[in-house]
Ligand binder design. Structure first.
Ligand SMILES: [Zn+2]
Length: 275
């Protein structure tokens, strides 16, 4: 019988835990590797909705990008969101495995998936010293376009509401650096490697001010937008492996339609409240 350990062994081979940051918390967070595994669910974050869906679908193993347990917990109670998720998972005998910065850094991991989602060509490591693993990738667009067009294209390619950009609208760009999640600290590396633009998430005001004084442009596609492909790409890998090994495994993708942050365009506020 297939066990969680079989799936975990494959994930460890693809995304060695030794690649994870020391501050990170990856690996099995809930449950036991010896549990039988018939159904796997991939997700970006184990929200309460994700946990409820997993319970409904009789999932045995969740593979999440973001750690559920990150800072040490002092208590597990249903009064807190993390506690409620833990309750749900344990009550339904669902195991939870986290693959976070090891997937960000691994070759063939999240940063490659992001670069591929944007249709970049000649994708390489952003940090030339990183060799086989590191944050960020650099590649090129099939043809030059304006920053404005790339911003619109990025929102479309990543299927998000919109993006924020730093730089002149008509700036021509072709060399593109990307970093999934919070990667704006990599902007000096992107500039140094000859990127015209860095696409990432969580860009802060002061970072934007600094970047604006350089030839580099930045597109902030959001933390969620740059990582939202995790569940489907992870599921694809598992599908392939399951086929190869003839695992009797059902694989479910939990896709959040949008992250927790919603972009609202300026409207005409007439002073009336909806209440
Ligand atoms: Zn993230």
């Amino acid at each position: 019988m297939l066990s969680a350990a079989d799936i975990i062994a494959y994930l460890d081979e693809m995304f060695p835990r030794s690649l994870a940051e020391t501050w990170d918390n990856v690996g099995l967070q809930i449950g036991s590797a010896s549990s039988p595994c018939r159904t796997v669910m991939t997700c970006l974050t184990v929200t309460e909705a994700a946990a409820a869906y997993a319970a409904e679908q009789r999932v045995d193993l969740i593979i999440s990008h973001h750690p559920l347990i990150f800072s040490p917990l002092k208590r597990v109670t249903p009064e807190e969101a993390v506690g409620r998720v833990i309750y749900t998972l344990i009550a339904h005998r669902i195991n939870l495995f986290v693959a976070h910065t090891n997937v960000d850094r691994a070759e063939g991991g999240l940063n490659d998936w992001l670069a591929e989602s944007l249709g970049l060509l000649d994708i390489g490591m952003l940090d030339p010293e990183a060799e086989a693993a590191g944050y960020g990738r650099i590649g090129r667009l099939p043809s030059r376009m304006t920053l404005r067009s790339l911003a619109e294209y990025t929102a479309e390619a990543l299927n998000i509401q919109g993006v924020t950009m730093v730089g002149r609208e008509d700036k021509l760009v072709q060399a593109v650096a990307v970093c999934s999640g919070s990667g704006s600290h990599l902007w000096p590396a992107a500039l140094h490697q000859g990127a015209d633009v860095l696409i990432t998430g969580d860009v802060k005001y002061h970072t934007a001010v600094d970047v604006l004084a350089t030839p580099l442009a930045v597109i902030d596609a959001g933390h969620f937008g740059t990582e939202a492909m995790f569940p489907s790409r992870m599921a694809e890998l598992l599908e392939k492996e399951a086929k190869k090994k003839q695992w009797p495994l059902r694989i479910i993708v939990y896709k959040e339609g949008a992250g927790p942050m919603v972009t609202v365009q300026k409207g005409v506020f007439d002073g009336e409240t909806d209440l």
